[in-house]
Write a protein that binds this ligand. Structure first.
Ligand SMILES: NC(=O)c1ccc[n+]([C@@H]2O[C@H](COP(=O)([O-])OP(=O)(O)OC[C@H]3O[C@@H](n4cnc5c(N)ncnc54)[C@H](O)[C@@H]3O)[C@@H](O)[C@H]2O)c1
Length: 254
């Protein structure tokens, strides 16, 4: 039997990168999968995967209410939410404009809070009793410091502890919440970094050289399969956990 048979899953930021890879594995394993995104590219991506698309800006509370109502009206329940939508930012703390700090926190942390809020409300109402799995995309930068990571690291560190609170509050009723902490995964989130240098290939090689495993991760294989495990009933005893998929980045200094 497919590993997500009879489950209804919602993946934010599903138009690109990790969200797309996660949605692909969910569809392959039998989940009725809805992706949301601010990018209308999500519509074509959903069609190519066999998912459905809803336009959503995760920062907006009324958007969450609308999306959740839409998913329940179409599919009757919500079993899995992946709070994946996110943006990257890199700037020294003493040069970070307040509006950049706010922009990053709004998407990466407030968006995840709203997702958890409305997913828990719905998962408590699922027919057959409360149940569900919430998966929040943090980062290795949510576990340790990073140069230029004032706003991004604060948002991802916030996601890490928000996840544990959601897990604790709902552990007895079968609603789980875990965070995923990717290292460097090959997605368009890196594009602005590469666009800003003369020799992107050399920069890519330098990044890969710093990774113990020696190469960047793949969205579908390395994060899609981890999210699939957390979404499935194979992981029912795992909640509040920090799942690191980083090719050894956080092992320590050589
Ligand atoms: N790629 C990596 O190396 C890496 C590492 C650690 C953590 N992450 C995290 O994984 C998640 C996905 O990153 P990715 O690499 O796939 O990035 P990506 O840029 O490829 O995809 C992110 C998606 O989120 C969408 N999005 C942005 N703002 C949104 C909003 N306000 N509402 C709805 N959708 C919005 C974008 O349109 C895009 O489709 C992010 O939370 C990111 O911080 C990525």
């Amino acid at each position: 039997m497919a590993r997500l048979a009879n489950k209804v899953a919602l993946v934010t930021g599903g138009a690109s990168g990790l969200g797309r890879g996660i949605a692909q594995r969910f569809v392959e394993e039998g989940a009725t999968t809805v992706i949301t995104d601010v990018s209308e590219q999500g519509s074509d991506v959903a069609e190519s995967l066999g998912a459905t698309f809803l336009s959503q800006d995760v920062r907006l509370e009324e958007g969450w209410q609308r999306v959740m109502a839409d998913v329940v009206e179409r599919h009757g329940r919500l079993d899995v939410l992946v709070n994946n939508a996110g943006i990257f930012s890199s700037c020294p703390v003493d040069e970070t404009p307040l509006d950049e700090w706010q922009r990053v926190l709004d998407v990466n942390l407030t968006g995840v809070f709203l997702g958890c809020k409305y997913a828990v409300r719905q998962m408590k109402q699922n027919s057959g009793g409360p149940s569900g799995s919430i998966i929040n995309l943090s980062s290795v930068v949510g576990l340790r410091g990073q140069l230029g990571g004032a706003a991004y690291g604060a948002s991802k560190g916030g996601v890490r502890l928000l996840t544990k609170t959601v897990a604790l509050e709902n552990a007895r009723i079968g609603i789980r919440c875990n965070s995923i902490h990717p290292g460097v995964i090959d997605t368009p989130i890196m594009d602005p970094l590469f666009a800003a240098v003369d020799d992107p290939a050399a920069m890519r090689a330098r990044i890969e050289e710093t990774l113990p495993i020696g190469y960047m991760g793949d969205p579908t294989r390395d994060i899609g399969n981890l999210a699939l495990y957390l979404a499935s009933d194979e992981s029912v005893y795992i909640t509040g956990a920090e799942m690191v998929a980083d090719g050894g980045m956080t092992i320590g200094l050589p």
